[in-house]
Design a protein around this ligand. Structure first.
Ligand code: GDP
Ligand code: MG
Length: 164
């Protein structure tokens, strides 16, 4: 059967950009405004002869003023629930945020295999510096990525396709 891979993280970290890059589509709406993806979005992907179902989500926010937040969050929680593997995206330019820690808590409880992906590492120049704050998470492997510029993309996808 086809493993389900969910893209999870707070809004604006680049989940939809990565979804579109992996699926070679423009189906997921990429927008600088957080909270544009409201429902889950599915597409089948084949990489190195391995098939998976990729799911984009609206993100897990901690902004209580936005009335849509509970719905978007429920969609993200449902995606985690049904996922076999989670790609947890964070923003290398912004560093670790309280909303990232909320996702960490949710994922810890979900007990799913997680790839910790640090996006917006747009090249090797500042990679080590930008990754530094994320070692606080205490995870063994951080995956550097630029969903926009393809840096780190093949490495991540090859590893992912080997584990499914
Ligand atoms: P989502 O809310 O997590 O789905 O994030 P989006 O995919 O909509 O992206 C949010 C913003 O971040 C957009 O303006 C993207 O163009 C930008 N973005 C996404 N990936 C990258 C990246 O690798 N590098 C840079 N510099 N910007 C990115
Ligand atoms: Mg999105």
């Amino acid at each position: 059967s086809c493993p389900i891979v969910a893209l999870v993280g707070r809004p604006n970290v680049g989940k939809s950009t990565l979804f579109n890059r992996i699926t070679k589509s423009r189906n997921a709406l990429v927008d600088p405004t957080p909270g544009v993806t409201r429902d889950r979005q599915y597409e089948r992907v084949v990489w190195n002869n391995r098939a998976m179902i990729l799911v984009d989500t609206g993100g897990i926010d901690d902004n209580p003023e936005d009335v849509l937040v509970p719905h978007i969050r429920d969609q993200a929680l449902a995606a985690i629930e049904e996922a076999d593997i989670v790609l947890f995206l964070m923003d290398g330019r912004e560093g670790l945020t309280p909303a990232d820690y909320e996702v960490v808590d949710i994922l810890r409880r979900a007990k799913k295999p997680v790839y910790h992906v640090i996006n917006k590492i747009d090249g090797p120049e500042k990679e080590l510096e930008l990754l530094c704050p994320f070692y606080e998470l205490g995870v063994e492997t951080l995956w550097s990525l630029s969903a926009d510029h393809t840096f780190g993309f093949n490495t991540l996808m090859d590893a992912l396709s080997e584990t499914i």
